[in-house]
Design a protein around this ligand. Structure first.
Ligand code: SAM
Ligand code: SF4
Length: 498
């Protein structure tokens, strides 16, 4: 890809607003102290049973852990202690999120990018990538498939970083997505929440996106380790600026986007370091704004077309370490949503459910324009990386139902202003769980009636029956109103919520 035309070069030059970094620094330094993190990992080894029990009871009371406590858990090797941690992780998940799983789909808008991240198939120096930016008409077509054929209500919309896909383009795509309404078997399908994964932006750009209804804003630090960051993100690129990226969530908060999603790309540096830094980032946001991250993601490095780096990293994370890091994150930030994606295999996704995952994607396609093209094959030259699990939403929901989980399509909390600090407080006290339980059943009913195969519907009915009984027994005051909503939905009304 060519980057040397004057417009693009000028855009790149003006992209980073230095004052929107400097204002957050303390004595010129950012909040990730590599040496301190390494030392904390090294000095909190060999935890005994009593110590682990004490740390776990703090998590069970839905309190965030300190970095020392997190390090102790990361260093646990004893099988008995590990299984104690895993049991606690599931208890916490149930306490805060009950048996609900939220699903979404990624929607890739473009693969043009001015950056040159060594691990990514979209990097500008990859001559084999087939470059595309979706037009608004194509965005509409993709959304029609996602909302009208598959039945998704929630997306993560993904963009490369390029002047042609700057915040105005992002805003237009969000407006297009929200405008799509497709008739279905018994009602209609629509996307009710569009989260965004895009490169760091200025406060002004984020304010603009807040106005058009951006959901959670995700941008992963990739690696928090300064030296490694420098090595994989060339200096002369925008992404080469560690601090511009590190403080993008501070800018989002200032812009009013108070649901933010953190993440690290596991496989670039030592996984224990990355977990510690993610938790440090969560603490920093809590301290600065009184709001922790809405979600944490922990993608593992996957192979990408013509991207040799993805096969040669010495920091690849084993399956056992991956499951351990999920457990530790669950215990360290008990009220934060945790996302596992279709990068992982079916087996790993199912295992991770038992450790406290709250969100996952399904029917996933990451080729640009792949939903409307109805292509089932993965197309390396149009994708950022290869996927590990391409099962349909119907299959995934059936599996969840058979395991006793209800899939929630609820997006009501966000639309009623239950976001940011408000949602964190509600989650901590368990109050949000009540709304969520009711709305999960209502949205599950919609999905079963509009999109489920017979087999999935059968499994789903068993889950819904049990849920309704629980509502009756545990929330008698709202039960009658809830059943009235439920019957209206069965009759074809849509989007009724608490
Ligand atoms: N361009 C935006 C940015 O860099 O913030 C959007 C990000 S990208 C399209 C979404 C995420 O995919 C990245 O932040 C990175 O963590 C992840 N990713 C990139 N290459 C990957 C690979 N080879 N395997 C797994 N995940 C990868
Ligand atoms: Fe561009 Fe994002 Fe890929 Fe880096 S990870 S090359 S910024 S799309």
């Amino acid at each position: 890809m060519e980057l040397n035309n004057t417009d693009t070069a000028g855009w790149i030059k003006n992209r980073i607003k230095q004052d929107e970094i400097d204002k957050y620094l303390k004595n010129g330094k950012d909040f990730i102290n590599d040496d301190l993190i390494e030392a904390t990992i090294k000095s909190n080894t060999k935890p005994d049973k009593k110590m682990v029990e004490d740390i776990i009871s703090k998590s069970l009371a839905i309190n965030a852990l300190s970095l020392d406590e997190t390090a102790y858990l990361l260093n646990v090797e004893d099988a008995e202690l590990l299984s104690m941690m895993q049991e606690a992780a599931l208890i916490i998940k149930k306490k805060v999120y009950d048996n609900r799983i939220v699903t979404f789909a990624p929607l890739y808008m473009s693969n043009i990018c001015v950056n040159n991240c060594q691990y990514c198939g979209f990097r500008y120096s990859n001559q084999e990538a087939d470059r595309r930016v979706l037009t608004q008409q194509e965005v509409r077509m993709e959304t029609e498939v996602l909302a009208g054929e598959i039945g998704h209500k929630r997306l993560i919309v993904v963009y490369g970083e390029h002047p042609n896909t700057d915040y105005e383009y992002i805003a237009d795509t969000l407006k297009t997505i929200y405008s799509v309404k497709v008739p279905t078997k018994n009602g209609f399908g629509q996307i009710r929440r569009a989260n965004v994964n895009a490169a760091p932006m200025s406060i002004e750009a984020l304010r603009y996106l807040h106005k058009v209804g951006i959901g959670t804003y995700q941008a992963f630090q990739e690696t928090y380790h300064h030296k490694t960051y420098e090595a994989v993100h060339p200096k002369n690129t925008i992404k080469g600026n560690y601090k511009w990226r590190l403080y993008c969530m501070h800018r989002a908060m200032e812009a009013g986007v108070d649901d933010v999603g953190l993440g690290a790309l596991f496989g670039l540096y030592d996984w224990k370091f990355e977990v510690m830094a993610l938790i440090a980032h969560a603490h920093e946001l809590e301290t600065a704004f009184g709001i922790g991250p809405h979600t944490i993601s922990f993608p593992r490095l996957e192979p990408a077309e013509n991207t040799p780096f993805t096969k040669n990293s010495k920091y690849m994370v084993s399956n056992n370490d991956f499951l351990k890091l999920i457990t530790v994150i669950r215990l360290a930030v008990p009220y934060t949503g945790m996302i596992i994606t279709a990068r992982e295999s079916r087996e790993m996704r199912t295992k991770s459910l038992k450790l406290g995952i709250t969100q996952t994607d399904a029917s996933t396609k990451i080729g640009i324009g792949a939903y409307a093209a109805h292509t089932d094959d993965q197309q390396g030259n149009k994708q950022q990386f290869y996927l590990g699990d391409t099962r349909s939403l119907d299959e995934v929901i059936r599996e969840f139902a058979e395991l006793g989980y209800i899939t929630s399509f609820c997006t009501a909390g966000y639309r009623c202003g239950r976001t940011g600090k408000c949602i964190m407080d509600l989650l901590r006290t368990g109050a949000e769980g009540k709304y969520c339980k009711l709305n999960a059943v209502l949205t599950y009913r919609e999905w079963l009636d509009d999109f489920a195969s017979e087999k999935t519907k059968e499994a789903g009915e068993r889950v819904i029956e049990k849920e309704i009984l629980e509502v009756k027994n545990t929330m008698p005051k709202v039960y009658n109103q809830f059943m009235e909503y439920y019957k209206r939905i069965k009759g074809g009304e849509r989007d009724i919520y608490f």
